[in-house]
Design a protein around this ligand. Structure first.
Ligand code: DGT
Ligand code: CA
Ligand code: CA
Length: 570
């Protein structure tokens, strides 16, 4: 069982306990544990099988450790299964409705006996929900508006699709004379690899103007809900977007609040409380007096914190760093000087060597590596030794003819199912740059996957492991990689690791990229371009690296080619 699966079991347990009205401390203990497990790079299953001490992890005491062992050894938790019997699964579906958490669901289930989304819809339509203590007409209406979406359980969209839509809409709203400020918030601003919905904030002298403009935007399909300050729309792509119009003096506070994450905000609120302050989406208050809220910097300063980059706001290490005055100076797109993974017409790319080199130079890069596929990838016209040697000849010819950019002779070489390399060592030895990757047999057992990765790492000619897990976000799980072993081996053999910047890969993910940094392994962010337009995705890779807390020193392709070469094996 993987860490994220274990974390969601604990989250589910916490939700079920909360629905049952259990002790809040117990619920919080499970939620904290879930967060620790989710953010841990080392596999807890491995830790358990090697007899490691789980109680060394933050928030994991003896009892939780025992349950983790149970989860690893039996694949389930008896206590969770018991709770599931008591709460029908339809009750849990209600949690997908925006604004409905376990506490509300608890009331629906325990006081009204509602067991499904359909039950809840009927109860709202009959006006039963607004009669409950602590609920009003507004809640009832909002549930009715959102219940269909929860039933459809809209898919999360990629960060690329999210940004393209959200930024177009923000740009459009900023064009209105009434709108003085407009920003994307939510998971999109934090640059999570996928987004559930989009969140946009605006300051407008006339909220009607902003809402009318949004409703008329070509990307918008329909308006789902419209109030005084909030509008929810569905885009033609199916994803939903919330626009909130806020007063100027609250813009920073709203931006901070709606950027999240929820977990990050819990800590911010807690710190405010310790200072005798209150933080909400309107501002920071001492008693009735607002002391900050116009800007995010002001909000953070009021609670004694430096401004924290949105990519770090997941309650992982950002508060620890901030307290120590050690928030990393995160890498930016401008720092990137080379791109070391791309394809040409020799395999499955659409551009020639020359076209790729010129396009890279036009984007300001000073070096690239041409890394076409090896022969195993026959559907991509992968290269055998002969073709590859001729291809490198051609690359050297182009290298002589183009000024202002260096071109390395590279190869994206498959690590075969039997753990050997797809090309002989004497060929790999001639390359300037060898990326080793898994493409086939991703479902092999972990032992074989690790044998393949470790053999590649020990090969004297392999410089880097590309897209380590082979996952395709939302479409295909990655291989069962034992990361601690991988990272140790990469560090020992001076092999770099790739963040593949393509938004459907983003592999390494943020947590493993952060772990690689802890091992001192240089990261290379690569576009894996298959055409001259492919270079555009570099920013998604940079954002993933920022979420991992990486600076330009941690990323090898921020260096000059000369400095970069010093990091290579041997
Ligand atoms: P998503 O949409 O699932 O990709 O993730 P987010 O982070 O965009 O979440 P979303 O859209 O539900 O809400 C945006 C932010 O607003 C979220 O990161 C934190 C804040 N927020 C939303 N609901 C709550 C809440 O009930 N409590 C607190 N403290 N913050 C909330
Ligand atoms: Ca969102
Ligand atoms: Ca939202």
């Amino acid at each position: 069982m993987k860490n994220d699966q274990m974390a969601s079991q604990f989250e589910l347990l916490a939700d079920l306990l909360e629905i049952q009205g259990a002790n809040p401390f117990r619920i919080r203990a499970y939620r904290n544990a879930a967060r620790t497990i989710f953010s841990e790079a080392e596999s807890l299953a491995d830790l358990v099988s090697s007899g490691g001490d789980l109680t060394q992890l933050a928030g994991i005491g003896k009892d939780l450790a025992r349950q983790l062992v149970e989860l690893v050894q039996t694949g389930q938790l008896a206590s969770l299964e018991e709770l599931r019997k008591q709460v029908p699964s339809g009750v849990l579906d209600m949690l997908r409705i925006p604004g409905v958490g376990p506490r509300k669901v608890s009331v629906f289930f325990n006081e009204l006996g509602l067991k499904s989304l359909a039950d809840l819809k009927a109860a709202c339509e009959a006006g039963q929900v607004s009669k409950l203590k602590g609920f009003g007409k507004k809640t009832e209406e909002s549930i009715l508006q959102n219940i269909a979406a929860a039933a459809a359980q809209a898919q999360r969209i990629s960060i690329a699709d999210a940004r393209i839509a959200a930024e177009a809409i923000v740009e459009d709203l900023r064009g209105l004379p009434e709108v003085s400020q407009c920003e994307v918030a939510g998971s999109c601003r934090r640059r999570r690899e996928t987004c559930g919905d989009l969140d946009v904030l605006a300051v407008s002298s006339d909220s009607t103007a902003a809402m009318d403009r949004l409703a008329a935007h070509p990307l918008v399909e329909s308006v789902l809900l419209r109030g005084e300050t909030k509008q929810r729309v569905r885009l033609k792509s199916g994803v939903e977007l919330d626009l909130r119009v806020v007063p100027e003096e609250s813009f920073g506070a709203a931006l901070q609040y709606f950027t999240g994450s929820k977990e990050h905000n819990v800590v911010v609120r807690h710190r405010a409380k310790e200072l005798g302050l209150k933080v909400n989406e309107y501002g920071v208050f001492r008693g009735e007096t607002q002391i900050a809220g116009g800007t995010e910097e002001g909000v953070y300063a009021a609670v004694g914190l430096p401004w924290i980059p949105p990519e770090l706001r997941e309650n992982r290490r950002e508060f620890e760093w901030a307290d120590a005055g050690e928030l990393p100076e995160l890498l930016t797109l401008k720092d990137i000087r080379g791109d070391l993974h791309m394809h040409t017409t020799a395999s499955d790319g659409a551009g020639t060597i020359e076209e790729m080199a010129l396009a890279a130079r036009a984007r300001g890069l000073s070096y690239i590596a041409i890394t076409d596929h090896s022969k195993r990838v026959s559907m991509a016209n992968g290269l055998d030794a002969d073709r590859l040697r001729r291809h490198w000849q051609e690359i050297r010819r182009v290298r002589e003819s183009i000024e202002g950019i260096e071109i390395l002779c590279g190869i994206e070489c498959d690590i075969l199912e039997d753990a050997t390399m797809d090309l002989p060592d004497d060929v790999l030895a001639e390359a300037d740059w060898v990326i080793a990757v898994l493409h086939y047999g991703l479902r092999q057992p972990r032992e074989q996957i690790m044998l393949r990765l470790l053999n590649a790492i020990r090969n004297p000619h392999v410089d880097i492991i590309g897209h380590c897990t082979g996952r395709m976000i939302g479409r295909r799980e990655g291989a069962d990689v034992q990361f601690t072993e991988l990272l140790k081996a990469a560090a020992d053999h001076q092999v770099m690791l790739e963040i593949n910047a393509h938004p459907s890969r983003l592999d390494l993910d943020d947590i493993h990229a952060a772990a690689a940094k802890d091992y001192g392994i240089p990261i290379v962010i690569s576009t894996d371009s298959h055409s001259v337009n492919g270079f555009e995705v570099m920013e998604y890779g940079v954002d993933q690296a920022r979420r991992a807390g990486l600076t330009r020193h941690d990323v090898a392709n921020t260096r000059s080619l000369k400095e970069f070469r010093k990091l290579l094996k041997g």
